[in-house]
Design a protein. Structure first.
Length: 328
């Protein structure tokens, strides 16, 4: 009897410790690694196969697909609302900051492949999260385990996108406040900014830095003059549609070069340059610059997991959409 009581006591201690550790790790109920292990064991393999097929013919979509996950999570949380269509053009994707989003067809393609194997099991929100990891890996970035178990939201609102997405013109105070509001740290801010190592931007996102920074026809004094000259060749005054690489020279390679570029005052956006205006973010930029991004890969995986937990719907909340663009 005494041995049984001792065993029970030890078991209870283990259970309590596991619960405390799960709280410490910030894991929401129902979100875990391997959520589909029994219900759709090949889910992640199917996503990867489809992503690799897309990357083989359209590698420039990597940055766009990573961006989709960011823009989803920062509005209503990571619940797939950025994918929803609106007949009246009042959904998140219709907001000005989202009108340059790309990769929706790829998400639809991945979802269709998963639905064929496991109908009604894998959420669009999880597809977004897994795709973001897989395009990171496909561009020679880090592999990290993606927690799954998200369910899809039923609401997508243009105004919420305008209010919650942090613009590329944000200063460091706006950036820190925006991340803090979502429960993300200053380190998450600077690490996730490193996602700008892949992808392109339209001139409209930074043209004011070249031609009319303070409304007097001037340039942004924090931007390297030589870089300004190069950018002006690609982006003429008022140019909204031309595109430039965010990380010139290695736009299709996920690496730590972004921090070197920021340190040289060649970050494309004001939000990039702003990382030098705070002691904590500047220290991180300088660390990655001096160590060639030594800790960046590991840090990026950790911060992506942190972001992937934002305001998730789990359990009986939300739904599992059959098609990502419409509610069931």
């Amino acid at each position: 009897m005494a041995n049984s009581m001792t065993t029970l006591f030890v078991l209870l201690q283990v259970i309590i410790l596991a619960f405390v550790l799960s709280l410490a790790n910030g894991q929401p109920h129902g979100l875990k690694i391997g959520f589909y292990e029994k219900t759709c064991p090949d889910a992640e393999a199917i996503v990867k196969k489809t992503v690799d097929q897309v990357m083989s013919v359209a590698p420039s979509l990597a940055g766009a697909l990573l961006r989709l996950h960011f823009h989803d999570c920062f509005v209503r949380g990571c619940e797939g609302s950025v994918l929803l269509n609106s007949p009246t053009h009042q959904a998140e994707k219709d907001a000005i900051p989202n009108q340059t989003l790309r990769g929706f067809q790829t998400i639809d393609k991945v979802k269709s492949a998963v639905e064929k194997e496991c109908p009604g099991i894998v959420s669009c929100a999880d597809v977004l999260a897994i795709v973001a990891r897989d395009v990171t890996v496909a561009t020679m970035g880090p592999f990290y385990e993606v927690e799954t178990g998200r369910r899809d939201g039923r609401v997508s609102n243009i105004t919420e996108a305008l209010n919650n997405l942090i613009p590329p013109t944000a200063n460091i105070s706006r950036l820190k406040a925006g991340f803090l509001q979502k429960g993300l740290s200053v380190k998450d801010l600077v690490v996730l900014s490193g996602g700008h190592t892949i992808g392109i931007s339209h001139c409209s996102s930074f043209n004011n830095r070249l031609y009319n920074f303070t409304g007097k026809g001037d340039t942004d004094p924090t931007l390297d003059p030589e870089y300004i000259t190069r950018l002006k060749i690609a982006c003429k005054p008022g140019d909204q549609n031309s595109i430039v690489e965010m990380d010139p020279g290695s736009v299709r390679t996920f690496d730590g070069d972004y921090f070197r570029i920021v340190d040289k005052r060649r970050g494309l956006f004001q939000s990039d340059a702003a990382l030098l205006d705070d002691s904590e973010t500047k220290t991180y930029v300088e660390l990655q610059t001096s160590t060639h991004g030594y800790t960046f890969f590991n840090d990026f995986g950790v911060s992506m997991v942190n972001m992937g937990r934002l305001e998730v719907l789990t359990g009986n909340s939300g739904e599992i959409r059959k098609v990502c663009t419409v509610v069931n």
